[in-house]
Design a protein around this ligand. Structure first.
Ligand SMILES: NC(=O)c1ccc[n+]([C@@H]2O[C@H](COP(=O)([O-])OP(=O)(O)OC[C@H]3O[C@@H](n4cnc5c(N)ncnc54)[C@H](O)[C@@H]3O)[C@@H](O)[C@H]2O)c1
Length: 338
């Protein structure tokens, strides 16, 4: 059985990827330090799976990671472990430097010390390109990050590139747009709005809600990651984009409409509430996805309508997901209870 490591496998995308890879008959080693966004609900039925093993470990623990590499001899690593919330990066940038820059550096050093070839898929974001007011950013678009989050992701991408060139580590970088779907920590826009709709609370939207993001269902992202692992070219970047852009206000309106179609008992409190904007808030991200389409024949399959509807159902049917989040984490940097 082929063994792969997923770092950050207890978080949102990581836990979806772990389940996808298990379905595809890989033996999956999850390395995660279980920070606040690692909800135990995300991996709840996995401990009995004989093809899955979990290590509670920080990426910065190079010696232990090297031991895992020596013991399991995986053929690949999907590196998703990171601090991921832009708001938190504004308040506590060091956590982002620790996980995203130093963590990636230590992972690269562990791979070097292992001395055998392991393919590294380093999962990055569209946010590294910064504001894309017009058109769409392709893989040659200059990195121009705006937040401590995106700048630490950009920095880790540069480190990966340098290790490919200098030490011949076989690595590929992927830049994906915003994901939504099951298991997402409810400080992020879509699960936050769904939670508030279910709980009859106002829907906080930054500024006037005009910021535009490109949206992809997490299952589409997982499929693209495995394809890139199998067929992608070493040393390259691949944008993973859906081509579907929506303003935040329109996401909120769509979710309200879905709730009404489901005859949810929502009251007058569930109204869009504009709140003071986040500093350095990029207006728009938009990826050009021609490369992955042309070179690997891949495009996203899940429409936003279907994906949002399924996602809403998932959160409705998995109330224990929300219950597994400690209450104190339900407050964001503006003090808004989510
Ligand atoms: N969510 C998105 O829309 C999106 C889009 C594009 C790219 N990405 C990237 O995908 C990856 C996963 O994002 P997510 O939304 O699932 O995040 P998440 O916050 O839900 O999960 C991150 C996981 O990483 C773990 N982690 C953090 N620091 C660690 C460390 N030092 N050592 C070990 N584990 C650590 C956390 O415990 C958590 O389980 C990130 O690298 C992110 O930059 C996310």
């Amino acid at each position: 059985m082929k063994k792969v490591i997923v770092t950050g496998g207890s978080g949102f995308i990581g836990s979806n990827l772990v389940k996808y890879l298990l379905k595809k008959k890989y033996f999956v080693i999850n390395i995660d330090s279980l920070k606040y966004s690692a909800n135990p609900y995300n991996t709840k039925n996995l401990s009995t799976n004989k093809n899955y093993i979990f290590f509670k470990l920080d990426l910065n623990n190079k010696n232990k990671i090297l031991k895992i590499l020596k013991r399991y001899k995986p053929i690949g690593i999907f590196n998703l472990a990171a601090e991921t919330h832009v708001d938190r990066s504004i308040d506590t940038p060091y956590n982002f430097i620790h996980s995203n820059i130093l963590g990636t550096y230590n992972l690269l050093e562990s791979i070097l010390a292992f001395k055998k070839k392991i393919k590294l898929i380093h999962i990055s974001t569209d946010e590294v390109y910064g504001d894309v007011i017009k058109g769409r950013s392709d893989e040659k678009y200059p990195y121009n990050p705006s937040s401590p989050y995106s700048s630490t992701k950009a920095s880790s991408d540069h480190l990966v590139k340098a290790y490919v060139k200098t030490y011949k580590i076989p690595a590929i970088i992927t830049n994906c747009c915003n994901n939504y779907g099951p298991n997402q920590f409810p400080e992020k826009l879509i699960p936050k709005l769904i939670y508030n709709i279910i709980k009859n609370k106002p829907l906080p939207i930054y500024g006037k809600g005009k910021n535009s993001r490109e949206w992809m269902h997490v299952h589409d992202h997982c499929e693209a990651l495995l394809l890139i692992f199998l067929k992608g070219k070493i040393g390259e970047n691949y944008n993973i984009g859906s081509g579907i852009n929506l303003k935040n206000i329109d996401i909120a309106k769509k979710l309200l409409k879905i709730a009404k179609n489901k005859y949810l008992n929502i009251n007058g409190n569930v109204k869009i509430k504009f709140v003071k904007d986040r500093p350095g808030h990029d207006i728009r991200y938009a990826l050009n996805n021609n490369k992955i389409k042309r070179k690997l024949g891949w495009k996203s399959k899940i429409t936003l309508e279907k994906g949002l509807d399924q996602t809403f159902n998932w959160y409705l049917n998995n109330e224990n997901f929300f219950k597994s989040v400690p209450k104190k984490l339900y407050v964001n940097r503006l003090g808004l209870k989510i």
